[in-house]
Design a protein around this ligand. Structure first.
Ligand code: NAD
Length: 332
């Protein structure tokens, strides 16, 4: 910056100092301003990290989960604990929900102690669960009757992305409300995309997960075949990841134990994204494919494979246990 005509150099530097101190004070005042309390319902594999990221960014939170271990853990990090979704909704006007399936969302919002029983006017309700788009649309119209707004905002990225605030949010709902939700969502993710009207976030998510479900099975089959051919799994993964077979499942979430650190396959397939949840998402994709008459042959086979895995006791394991499912149990 050049000096002001008629002003001495000394005075000019003094002026710059005053401007800089004032700006710093304004910034400190705004960053120290007490933030609005946010509600969070559903503190499972994903929700617990997402809620913690709000705390880390200075947001007081009030939480509810049917699992008291989860609420106790958040309480020790500074969250207040409510006794029901209704109590959360009576305390705050911004709520994030992160629940397993459509039925849980219906209960948390529309149940006798649900959010809609006490929701305050102009509240913003952000549901990040992956559910049937028609259920999201129904919740949005119920919210509207109460003078509040419901957005579907399902996420992509596993538990590590939730922990590191690197999720992608796919948001459905009116643009003005999307803009209002954006500030909170940006604290939990690195990409926040407005997909269109309510339900379109779920549509995008279901399409993504159909591809993910298919590519995980493909990666598991490929890794298994390569190892049967005598290839070292780490070397094979390296080759795939520098070649045209590369995908998220091979590179970031490899299903073979020991290939990558810090992923479910290297931790007995614990945590992560449960096979039962992947089966649910592929079921949603199949319903959508039936409704729209879109042919999805690989999505259909993938759905049946994950469902069979659930029936073989892998429902609670991460979906990368597709690799485990391919193993010959009789082989020593
Ligand atoms: P999760 O099963 O680990 O957690 C769900 C939580 O909801 C649990 O803590 C459970 O106790 C709680 N809950 C269930 N019913 C409730 C109720 N009535 N009231 C309050 N709490 C209730 O599931 P997750 O892995 O965290 O996944 C949540 C959602 O996110 C699912 O829809 C899933 O498909 C989606 N998702 C998961 C991942 C992943 O990698 N885990 C990635 C992207 C999207």
């Amino acid at each position: 910056m050049s000096s002001v005509p008629g002003m001495s150099k000394k005075m000019f530097h003094r002026l710059l100092q005053v401007i800089s101190v004032t700006k710093h004070r304004q910034f400190s005042a705004s960053s120290n301003m007490k933030k609005e309390t946010v509600g969070f319902v559903g503190l499972g594999n994903m929700g617990n990290h997402m809620a913690r990221n709000l705390i880390k960014n200075g947001y007081p939170i009030v939480v509810f989960d049917v699992n008291t271990d989860s609420t106790n853990s958040l309480k020790s990090d500074g969250a207040s604990v409510a006794s029901s979704p209704a109590e959360v909704a009576s305390a705050v006007t911004k709520i994030v929900t992160m629940l397993p399936e459509s039925s849980h969302v219906q209960e948390v919002y529309n149940g006798s102690k649900g959010i809609f029983s006490t929701v305050q006017k102009d509240s913003i309700l952000i549901d990040s669960s992956t559910i049937d788009p028609s259920v999201s649309q129904h919740m949005a119209s119920e919210a509207q009757k109460k003078g509040s707004v419901y957005l579907d905002a399902p996420v992509s990225g596993g538990v590590n992305a939730a922990r590191d605030a690197l999720l992608t949010f796919m948001v459905g709902g009116p643009e003005t409300h999307f803009n209002q939700a954006n500030e909170l969502l940006s604290l939990m993710g690195k990409n926040v995309v407005h997909c269109g009207a309510v339900g379109t976030g779920q549509a995008a998510k279901i399409c993504n997960n159909m591809l993910l479900g298919i590519s995980m099975i493909g990666t598991a089959e490929t890794m298994n075949l390569g190892m049967k051919l005598g290839l070292d799994p780490k070397m094979l993964a390296k080759i795939l990841n520098m070649s045209s077979g590369r995908c998220w499942s091979s590179e970031v979430y490899n299903p073979v134990p020991g290939v990558l650190e810090g992923v479910p396959s290297s931790n007995d397939y614990k945590g992560g994204f449960g096979t039962a949840l992947m089966t649910k998402d592929l079921g949603l994709a199949q319903s959508a494919a039936t409704t729209t008459k879109a042919p999805t042959p690989l999505g259909s086979v993938a759905h049946q494979l994950y469902r069979t895995m659930v029936n073989h006791g892998l429902g609670g394991k991460d979906f990368s246990s597709a690799y485990l499912f391919l193993q010959d149990k009789n082989q020593k």
